[in-house]
Design a binder for this molecule. Structure first.
Ligand code: FAD
Length: 296
């Protein structure tokens, strides 16, 4: 008997029930590998719709992203999605990575341009024989492999976009190229997410847009992460966190509370699901999950 076909995330997230997903990154060493697999096993119990594994800056985790998503497909009940970027790759190399993913049992890909190797905000240079924008990567993937393709979206606009209109034009190009859904950069205010969805719908983009959620567990680290995407932690959020800055446990608890309230607001306002940036840890995500009373 042939194995059951691997579901496409595009179909799963379009069904109308909420999708829940978790994002991991390929660890650098064996200790990190153990933490990752402990988290995967813990979060597997929550039966998420899918899990995703990032692709390191400059294509640095190419083999590990393929290996981890392949192992998730083989050894767990989870549905894996591999992130794939065009940084530093020719189309021939991207085609080879797609072949490797499909051979490993992975049928879902998040197609991204990737950040410049020198970091966000520095000039991005197209590789000769490669592609320039994520929309071109989506077209290439659609022509090269039978996989479901998702893309990135940005609640406050991508940091390099000239305007919110230009930002939504880039999203429309990815939609036109055959992307089936989008996942957003971490949402810092629910209203930013709703603004993005409104702009996308006005531009004729009608695929599911899943908000990305990262609970704030430390003020300095979150400030750094927001800065990388050209943003800042909203003042009203800082006001809730700053009274706890000398008490890590209290700060963490408030961070989880803030994320939980935002998740509830996102779902109540029509978000098709939630995508949690786990940083390879499971506890904060499990706490938010429990507080939202999502059935297992
Ligand atoms: P694009 O859609 O190509 O957009 C890049 C810039 O070009 C934008 O400013 C856009 O407005 C502009 N643009 C697009 N098309 C055109 C056009 N035709 N003409 C003019 N301008 C245009 N990075 C990694 O390295 N690895 C990961 O695993 C990873 N995972 C991510 C997951 C999510 C959910 C998100 C939100 C981001 C992720 N990133 C990852 C970061 C992402 O690669 C960067 O934010 C990158 O700078 C933009 O990627 P993109 O796919 O949106 O690019």
């Amino acid at each position: 008997m042939s194995p059951a076909p691997v579901p496409g995330i595009g179909d799963l997230v379009s069904r109308g029930d909420h999708s829940f997903s978790f994002e991991f990154f390929p660890p650098k060493d064996e200790a990190g590998e153990r933490v990752l697999w402990d988290s995967i096993r813990e979060l597997e119990k929550l039966r998420p719709t899918f899990v995703s594994v990032t692709y390191g800056a400059g294509g640095s985790t190419r083999d590990r992203t393929v290996a981890i998503t392949g192992r998730i497909a083989r050894e767990t009940s989870l549905l894996p999605m591999a992130h794939l970027t065009c940084v530093g790759h020719t189309c021939a190399e991207i085609g080879q990575i797609l072949d490797d993913l499909v051979a490993a049992g992975v049928r879902n890909v998040l197609a991204l341009r990737g950040d410049p190797p020198a970091g966000p905000g520095t000039p991005w240079v197209q590789t000769e024989g490669g592609v320039r924008y994520a929309s071109e990567l989506v077209s290439f993937i659609r022509s090269a492999a039978e996989v479901s393709v998702g893309v990135a979206a940005f609640p406050e606009g991508h940091r390099d976009a000239e305007s919110l209109e230009a930002d939504v034009r880039a999203l429309r190009a990815k939609y036109d190229a055959g992307a089936e859904f989008a996942i957003t950069d971490m949402v810092l205010r629910a209203s930013d997410y709703f603004g993005l969805v409104e702009r996308a719908r006005a531009a004729g983009v009608d695929f599911p847009i899943i908000p990305g959620v990262m609970p704030i567990l430390g003020i300095a680290s979150m400030r750094r992460m927001a800065e990388m995407s050209g943003r800042a932690i909203p003042g009203e959020t800082e006001d809730r966190l700053l009274p706890h800055q000398d008490d890590p446990a209290a700060l963490r608890a408030e961070g989880v509370r803030i994320a939980t309230e935002m998740c509830a607001e996102l779902l109540a306002g029509g978000a098709p699901g939630l995508h949690f940036y786990t940083l390879n840890r499971s506890r904060a995500t499990r706490e938010i999950w429990a507080a939202l009373r999502i059935p297992v």
